[in-house]
Design a protein around this ligand. Structure first.
Ligand code: AMP
Ligand code: MG
Length: 401
């Protein structure tokens, strides 16, 4: 077991036991919100043929150099209809938006700039080549437009359809168990006895797990008892991973650490992070397990900086197009923010954009039990160990999306 590891080392070690990646094939309509397991290439050119971007007349640009040209209408090009007739100089073909361009035509006159009289049309405005959408100008057959690891948004689902895919192979949602531990915890909505507090971590962790494309299996919180922990962990070991919260510090009642030491397998314990120092990672009967801190802010912060990247890298999410919770940015501090001796310091900050620059301020106290600080702020500093941030300085930060 390694003790007191950096964030990078923690991620390295946890990736020795990655989430296992399985895939399934879904109808396109069921794919929204899922993550592509394999890159998708286009089965067609997009557009499939040169077509008009406007309702109007397909013409030869050379016939329409001067306003007022009179041309003979020789046919109509409709979407989904017969291929239109070829045109020659002096002729025009009625055309709908998206309909194929007749051979011979190289420009479109907008319907608003034409006047029709019987089979003649007068072209009053310019005829524009730019109103033609060229075959394959968006995508050509075989082109990869949706890389593996893409989070299927409504636009990417539509693009998969445009490319001719009626089914998509996606990553099967891993099942991630969430278990809070602590004798003091009761579920919100029930009466509190003296000494009890409301349990909140499992709610945050479940929603973070879902946002990362996995299925959260929330379990009732367990009491601080070795027997209860053992039975509960055993019952969860058919999940693909387990996240516990609480019970990983140095105290006598920190039984997640104790049971993992005695009966599980610990890869590392404690990280050089503030907040979020106590986590451990290991396996319980072969199932990867993160022992997250009990303090509510710490458990969330560790999820953001360690568990989310572990999920993402285990499953091969695309770094920009895959699911993610945050984005690395540079922010200018509007006040002094103190760092932490020997630890990467993740102070909560509120990031806002002003005059093209991201500015960061703090609004509440930074206690690791203060969940309000995670709501009143939308970012975390990445102050390196032993480094304070000074007002006016630009530092690295995480912007929580
Ligand atoms: P622990 O790491 O178990 O010592 O817990 C640290 C602090 O976080 C204690 O004040 C706990 O009461 C609190 N805590 C632990 N788990 C939770 C939870 N699931 N929800 C809310 N607070 C918690
Ligand atoms: Mg506890």
């Amino acid at each position: 077991m390694e003790k007191g590891v950096t964030l990078d080392r923690a991620l390295d070690l946890s990736l020795h036991s990655p989430l296992s990646k399985r895939t399934e094939t879904l109808l396109l309509e069921a794919g929204r919100g899922r993550i592509l397991a394999k890159s998708l290439t286009s089965k067609v050119d997009d557009p499939r043929f040169d077509n008009s971007a406007m309702d109007g007349f397909a013409v030869m640009a050379s016939d329409c150099v001067n306003s007022g040209a009179e041309l003979t209408i020789v046919g109509t090009s409709q979407t989904g209809g017969q291929l239109p007739p070829r045109i020659i100089s002096g002729e025009a073909c009625r055309i709908m938006t998206g309909a194929p361009l007749p051979e011979g035509a190289d420009a479109i006159a907008m319907v608003e700039e034409t006047e029709v009289d019987g089979d003649k049309v007068t072209i009053n405005g310019p005829a524009r080549t730019g109103y033609i959408r060229k075959r394959a100008e968006n995508l050509s057959i075989g082109q990869e437009a949706l890389p593996a690891g893409t989070h299927l948004s409504s636009a990417s689902i539509a693009l998969a359809g445009t490319m001719g895919h009626g089914e998509v192979e996606v990553i099967k949602k891993p099942r991630i168990a969430i278990l809070s531990t602590g004798d003091e915890l009761v579920q919100p909505g029930t009466e509190l006895e003296p000494g009890q507090i409301y349990e909140s971590n499992s709610h945050a962790l479940a929603s973070l797990v879902e946002s990362m494309g996995c299925e959260a299996v929330r379990h009732e919180s367990a009491n601080d008892s070795m027997d209860e922990l053992r039975t509960t962990l055993d019952s969860l070991s058919d999940c693909d991973a387990i996240l516990t919260s609480g019970g990983v510090s140095m105290g006598e009642w920190d039984l997640v650490r104790k049971i993992m030491e005695e009966e599980g397998n610990i890869s590392f314990w404690r990280m050089k992070l503030r907040p979020g120092g106590p986590p451990l990672f290991g396996t319980w009967k072969g199932t990867p397990l993160f022992g997250l801190p009990g303090n509510p802010v710490s458990s969330l912060v560790v999820f953001h900086v360690l568990v989310a990247p572990w999920i993402s890298q285990s499953l091969g999410y695309h770094s920009e197009m895959g699911p993610r919770l945050s984005q690395r940015v540079s922010v200018k501090l509007e006040e002094d923010i103190s760092g932490a001796p020997g630890k990467l310091c993740l102070r909560r900050i509120r990031i806002r954009s002003e005059n093209g620059q991201l500015l960061a301020t703090t609004h509440t106290h930074q206690g690791s039990g203060n969940m309000h600080s995670m709501v009143a702020h939308n970012g975390l500093t990445l102050l390196p160990p032993d480094t304070d941030g000074k007002a006016g300085e630009v530092i690295d930060a995480i912007w929580i999306i």
